[in-house]
Design a protein around this ligand. Structure first.
Ligand code: MSK
Length: 665
């Protein structure tokens, strides 16, 4: 099936709808209008276009006369679809992991006292990570440990032989499965190169073998590059714990200097937060007539500063242009990934400065202020000061800020989840496992990933998660999916009362958590792997991630990083479902390999299912099948009746005598 056309209803986000309408009135294009104009190439969309060499590109479209077309070199539809998929996974792995590499160099600069503005914010985590990396801690200073950890992390990228160190964090059973299949990554860069090499013209032509190679490459992301990136961010900027903040376009302020931070990396954004809070900078903003400096994020840079510094978010991926359309953004500063090129032109329609900062990312028309971890605070001060200077250029006649904002509680790191179930001394995953074993929770789901204008903005995230809550499935979210449901109040404790089944509601009330836990940016999907591993080792739910009644969903995926994430979750034993459309639709053989084939060998699989209701149906069927395999009682939605709080509210309406009778019989 080719990519679906743009849906009639472009978004369920009222703020986004208001700004899409405004763009239409002003005659400005957005991702929504461009998607409507540009039909997807049906051949590329289903993975049937081969561009690996200059004898093509070959379009492998079956006809009556030729039902099994091959390329000029003889490549089959299966080979072409598998090669395309493998290259996507390699690109996604490269992007996430390179983010980790940059953090490793910042960590090293901190250890050598050469990183202006940065410090070790979580020395406890540094010591935990040192343990994973085989770095000695006894009798050593934080800086000494930090230097060895950073050096060991950097070495993981260029390692040629052996196994990446973080693979040992998986369950014993998982490690055995990987070793038997030769799936343990040797070094991060080596696996990316391996996939790029084997998919070059004239190399690997067995679809199954190509895809097996791509699984190892994806594991270099999930169990190395991205997992290390998460840990290093925690060491440098603090391990997240819950905070209250806000999301949606209404976080922008009409009377303050607005700076939007967009992309993925926490390094420069953390310094911008610091610079914007300096009293001299605030005074400078006031001297220009602004009431203050207002920071907001977009996409995953937003998730990074949202969960650590409580900086509000202007929204997810498809909100990026709409935020500029408010006319109040003095500067939009971007780093890497998910940054639309259209922003550059759109910024010129307003007074907005559009600033690129990564040595890897320049965009025509943007001002480039290159990030350097040695002088990051000075660079951040320059960016903030330039934004303040730009405040006087704001065209007040084009200002329109939607009023919509929602509260959310982000910041559920796996460390905090463990802590909230027993405190500092008795923290464990036992209560969570017990809740699944008793049937209070039917299972768990990770609903993650992007937005995509080929489907209604945020709708897949919202509809699927609400169904899970109704069915007593505890949900964790990252990336743009988390920001989507934050807009609709699902990342708040109150959501438990409104949407959850009785078992889930009871668990949320007992622990004091929302039923949807924000676990970070898209790099932080690795936190979910850690939670699943801890659940598997806690006991009662089998001995590996593949035994747990759980699923992973990306309802509105669009990036190659999403495919890398989907592949490493499948390789870790998770049933993964992607929405929108299938990039392997052209080959039944490849569809079967990534579903039944992968399930047989690694216990997890990756399927593309465009219908949200079908995603929920397959997910719940899988969760129930896993419960049965563990010999747990079958899930019964009405078994737990009313939760404590709901029952108390009802009882409080009754006369005292009736209340006592109801409670004590
Ligand atoms: S930002 S990769 S659109 S989640 Fe991480 Fe959002 Fe997807 Fe980019």
């Amino acid at each position: 099936m080719a990519n679906p056309p743009v849906p009639e209803l472009k978004t369920i986000d009222p703020a986004a709808a208001e700004m899409i309408k405004r763009a239409e009135e002003l005659g400005y294009s957005t991702v929504f209008s461009r998607a409507a104009k540009m039909a997807p190439c049906p051949i590329g969309a289903e993975g049937a276009c081969c561009q690996m060499c200059n004898m093509g590109p070959c379009r492998l479209v079956p006809t009556k006369a030729n039902p099994n077309p091959v390329g000029v070199c003889g490549a089959t539809r299966a080979t072409v679809a598998a090669r395309n998929m493998a290259r996507h996974i390699a690109a996604g792995t490269a992007a996430h992991s390179d983010h980790g590499r940059d953090l490793a160099f910042t960590l090293l600069a901190v250890a050598e006292d050469e990183a202006q503005g940065y410090e070790i914010r979580d020395p406890h985590k540094l010591r935990v990570v040192a343990g994973y990396m085989g770095v000695k801690v006894d009798g050593r200073t934080d800086k000494e440990i930090c230097k060895d950890v950073a050096t060991a992390m950097i070495a993981e990228f260029g390692k040629q032989k052996g196994e990446v160190k973080y693979a040992s964090r998986a369950t014993k059973k998982r490690q055995e499965i990987w070793r038997q299949l030769d799936l343990v990554p040797r070094g991060i860069d080596r696996e990316v190169v391996d996939t790029l090499h084997r998919t070059h013209m004239g190399d690997d032509q067995d679809a199954n073998h190509i895809l097996l190679g791509s699984l190892r490459t994806s594991l270099a992301d999930g169990w190395a590059g991205a997992m290390m990136a998460t840990d290093m961010s925690d060491i440098l900027f603090g391990t997240p714990s819950p905070a209250v903040t806000q999301v949606n376009l209404g976080v922008l302020k009409g009377d303050e200097v607005n700076i939007l931070m967009h992309g993925h990396e926490p390094t420069l954004s953390a310094m911008i937060v610091r610079a914007s809070m300096e009293p001299a900078m605030i005074e400078y903003a006031k001297s220009k007539g602004a009431k203050g400096i207002n920071l907001a994020g977009v996409c995953c840079t937003s998730n990074e500063v949202l969960m650590r510094q409580g900086i509000p978010s202007a929204g997810n991926d498809l909100n990026q242009e709409l935020a500029l359309m408010t006319g109040v953004v003095e500067t939009m500063v971007v780093d890497v990934q998910c940054i639309m090129q259209a922003l550059s032109d759109l910024a010129t329609k307003f007074h907005t400065k559009f600033v690129t900062t990564s040595p890897k990312v320049m965009i025509t028309g943007a001002e480039h202020i290159e990030f350097d971890e040695h002088h990051a605070l000075d660079l951040a001060r320059r960016i903030v000061k330039d934004a303040i200077d730009n405040y006087v250029n704001r065209k007040t006649n084009v200002v329109q800020i939607p009023t919509h904002v929602s509260d959310l509680v982000p910041g559920f790191s796996h460390e905090y989840i463990r802590y909230m179930m027993g405190g500092q001394l008795r923290g464990s995953f036992r209560p969570l496992n017990d809740a699944i074993m008793s049937g209070r929770l039917r299972g768990v789901a990770g609903v993650v990933g992007c937005n995509n204008p080929r489907v209604t903005h945020d709708k897949g995230h919202y509809d699927i998660v609400k169904e899970f809550l109704k069915n007593d499935v505890l949900v964790v979210q990252t990336g743009c999916g988390a920001l989507a449901n934050a807009k609709y109040g699902l990342l708040l404790g109150e959501a438990a009362m409104e949407y959850c089944g009785p078992g889930l509601r009871e668990v949320c009330e007992a622990i004091g958590i929302p039923p949807v836990l924000h676990m970070g940016s898209c790099v932080d999907n690795t936190r979910i792997l850690t939670v699943l591993t801890e659940m598997a080792t806690e006991g009662g739910l089998g001995e590996d991630i593949s035994d747990i009644p759980g699923v992973g969903i990306a309802p509105e995926w669009m990036s190659e990083k999403a495919l890398a994430i989907g592949a490493y979750f499948a390789a870790s034993g998770v049933y993964v479902l992607f929405g929108v459309s299938s990039p392997i639709e052209s080959s039944d053989e490849v569809v079967k390999i990534m579903s039944e084939g992968w399930e047989k060998i690694v216990g997890g699989k990756l399927e593309f299912v465009p219908d949200d209701a079908e995603i929920v149906r397959r997910s719940l069927a899988h969760i129930d099948a896993k419960r049965a395999a563990l010999k747990l009682p079958p899930y019964q939605g009405d078994k737990y009746g009313k939760s404590g709080d709901a029952r108390m509210n009802e009882l409080l309406q009754k006369p005292l005598k009736e209340r006592i009778a109801a409670l004590y019989g």
